[in-house]
Ligand binder design. Structure first.
Ligand code: C5P
Length: 405
């Protein structure tokens, strides 16, 4: 049921707009209220009258309409929604959302929206596969925007492939799942580590690794979407801060450990950072000079603290669930199982980071989730986007914390 949920439906210009009429009816049958915004292109496919009749509310189309503004300002329209749904979401509106354009009512509302946003993409297969569209979607998913579909099938343009808007049943299921999931981790505290660490050699040089922080940041965002109060302790990355998450930026492993200890107590800790195993024992306070004919410096390394092991052994302050990562290049599951028992964490997310997999820095991940001893407690997940891995993992964490309550 969607009793009392307020949905702002933005209908953009795609042939799939006709499915919205049924969608509005079905949403209202489930108790939701629906307000519609129609783009200029959307008007070519569905009439304002049909949307108004089915939603029983006036349809908003103009950014500068005096009559509409006097009834309800456009900012208000987005504030008074529990979910903003863009269906169909064309390649054009996704591009506008990705760059933050506000040149009509729909895009301006999306810029002003504080409610969660879900998109149901619908477009020709070539437009869907275009790197521009895929990059825009990755940007939007990185900001926590949810996506339902598209599906594969025959298209209105006589082509076949990915790009058909998800069926109404699937959109309804995604909305119901969204409202069912939202709030599952409300009142819970989570700590996530992400990115690489930089271990200084001198004031200008450091030792680092190839971690992008994509997976850790996506996990922080997914836990936050389920309502957890999340602290993300991150090494240097190019990832933007996930919405609603407290971000603590650090450079070295030593700083990362201190920031994690400050964030305690938490219910769950997810250590996704690629922490450097060693630091330079005594970094130089001045830049090390290259002298003509001089020998290269010899760096003496010292072992870094293991944050995962430390958090797994914090006595009464130990998080109820500690999740580690195992980036391996061979014997992934065996090594990860051994790591789980050696480090004392509850779960290990294992993945193959050999260069051929493209996992480090890439957008996809194929993981094994190891939750206990024995082969039955190892699950192989299919190759998923890092956002999907994060979403599934956050749901599993919510299940585990519910059981432990
Ligand atoms: O030993 P290894 O680096 O492969 O272990 C990986 C797991 O341990 C990851 O969860 C990583 O975040 C964590 N780790 C840590 N502190 C370290 C090294 C690794 O928290 N110094």
């Amino acid at each position: 049921m969607l009793q009392g949920q307020r949905i702002l439906l933005i209908v953009a210009g795609g042939i799939a707009a006709y499915k919205c009429l049924d969608l509005i009816r079905r949403l209202r049958e489930r108790g939701a209220s629906v307000r519609c915004v129609l783009t200029r292109a959307g008007e070519q496919f569905v009439t304002p009258l049909s949307l108004a009749a089915l939603s029983e509310h006036p349809v908003h189309r103009d950014l500068f309409s005096l009559t509409e503004e006097s009834e309800m300002g456009h900012i208000q329209l987005s504030r008074e929604a529990d979910l903003v749904l863009v269906a169909p979401a064309t390649a054009n509106i996704l591009a506008k959302m990705a760059v933050g354009l506000g040149d009509d009512l729909a895009s301006t509302l999306l810029l002003a929206a504080s409610a969660p946003v879900m998109v149901a993409p619908a477009m020709n297969v070539r437009m869907w596969e275009h790197p521009g569209t895929q990059a825009n979607l990755a940007t939007l998913e990185g900001r926590g925007i949810r996506r339902v579909g598209p599906a594969e099938g025959a298209m209105a343009c006589n082509e076949y492939g990915m790009g058909r808007m998800a069926e109404v049943d699937d959109i309804l299921a995604a909305i119901e799942a969204f409202f069912g999931e939202a709030g599952r981790l409300t009142g819970r505290r989570a700590l996530v580590t992400s990115g690489p660490t930089h271990e200084p050699i001198d004031p200008v040089r450091y030792i680092a690794n190839r971690s992008s922080g994509k997976q850790g940041h996506a996990i922080a965002a997914a836990l936050s979407r389920l309502g957890a109060a999340v602290t993300l302790v991150t090494g240097p990355t190019h990832e933007s801060d996930p919405p609603g998450v407290t971000v603590v930026r650090v450079q070295s492993a030593t700083d990362m450990l201190a920031a994690c200890q400050t964030a305690l107590p938490v219910d769950v800790a997810v250590c996704a950072a690629a922490v450097a195993d060693w630091r330079v024992a005594e970094p130089s306070s001045g830049k090390i000079k290259k002298t003509a004919g001089g020998k290269p410096p010899i760096l003496e390394l010292a072992e870094n603290p293991d944050i995962l092991t430390t958090l797994s052994a914090t006595g009464i302050r130990r998080p109820r669930l500690v999740v580690g990562f195992a980036a391996e290049t061979e014997q992934v599951v065996e090594n990860a199982r051994e790591k789980r028992s050696r480090k004392g964490c509850d779960w290990i997310v294992a993945n193959d980071v050999s260069a051929v997999t493209g996992t480090f820095g890439g957008d996809e991940n194929q993981i094994y989730l190891i939750t206990a001893d024995g082969p039955q407690a190892t699950e192989a997940w299919p190759t998923l986007s890092k956002h999907e891995v994060a979403q599934r993992l956050a749901e599993r964490i919510a299940n585990a914390l519910e059981t432990a309550r």
